[in-house]
Design a protein. Structure first.
Length: 285
């Protein structure tokens, strides 16, 4: 009995240490979020240098001022621009990447392995290496200050990671499905649209979630290619809270940051169930 009690005490001690450690890590992870939420209800002069997470006298002026816009531009303009780019990026990535993935995974053509290796090799190229030649190209085409440079690559399967993700998923699908489709008279396009694409729902939803988040939070791309404030995205709109003299409206910036998180969280929660269900049922035997 003493041995059993000793093991029970060890298990309880280990479980207690594990839970305390998990709570400590959770506190560290959630601290910035709690600080931002509390800071959005603080006056601007109490945000910097204050150690309190929540204000003693909460104010809602930071949120009310958002209704007035930034530099006479409604914040709905920034959100609309970001939503346009995010949705357009999702559509482009899903269509182009799935097309390219189907070709690499299901079609035998000369140089397929070489092209696939070159595509994977593009993952090693830093974004900043391509920035200058891309900018010069779009400048020559007179496409600066438009959304074309931010969306064109999404429709040309330039996101090698998502292509690779879908290729690996499509290669796991049974070959018998392709053979059955060919016996029924389906070509590659019909097989792609009616057979392969519905079965790739987990990979498609995963790509959509990451693409939406990346496009919504993108700062470098809009900063380089957009010049007019009316075309700015949310990330550039946040930059406008700092005036030319370096004086920042931290309260408004924090409030808008929290509001900007809502579409991303809503998009993730809306598709999370489909992502989990798809992963749970994607094993085909």
């Amino acid at each position: 009995m003493s041995l059993v009690h000793t093991k029970a005490r060890r298990w309880n001690t280990g479980s207690l240490v594990w839970h305390l450690g998990s709570l400590a890590v959770l506190a560290v992870v959630l601290y910035p979020v709690v600080w931002v939420i509390g800071g959005s209800f603080k006056p601007n002069d109490e945000i910097v240098g204050s150690l309190d997470l929540f204000p003693t006298d909460p104010v809602t002026d930071n949120y009310r001022r958002l209704a007035d816009g930034i530099a006479d531009i409604p914040i709905s303009t920034f959100f609309g621009n970001s939503l346009f780019l995010a949705v357009g990026s999702v559509i482009g990535v899903l269509l182009s990447s799935s097309f390219a993935a189907y070709a690499f995974a299901k079609i035998d053509f000369a140089g397929r392995n070489l092209l696939f290796a070159l595509m994977i090799g593009t993952l090693l190229l830093p974004y900043h290496v391509l920035l200058i030649p891309q900018y010069v190209l779009f400048q020559k085409l007179e496409l600066i200050n438009t959304y074309t440079p931010l969306l064109l690559g999404k429709y040309l399967a330039t996101d090698a990671f998502f292509v690779f993700l879908m290729v690996q998923f499509m290669r796991g699908l049974p070959r018998e499905l392709d053979e059955a489709a060919r016996l029924d008279g389906c070509g590659h396009l019909r097989t792609y649209w009616s057979i392969v694409l519905p079965l790739c729902r987990p990979a498609l939803i995963t790509s959509a979630i990451f693409t939406f988040i990346n496009a919504w939070n993108d700062f470098m791309g809009p900063l380089i290619y957009l010049n007019e404030p009316e075309k700015y995205t949310v990330s550039l709109g946040l930059k406008m809270f700092v005036d030319q003299d370096g004086v920042a409206n931290y309260g408004g910036m924090i409030a808008m940051s929290l509001v900007a998180l809502l579409p991303v969280v809503a998009f993730f929660l809306a598709f999370q169930r489909y992502l989990i269900d798809g992963m749970a049922t994607s094993g085909l035997k």
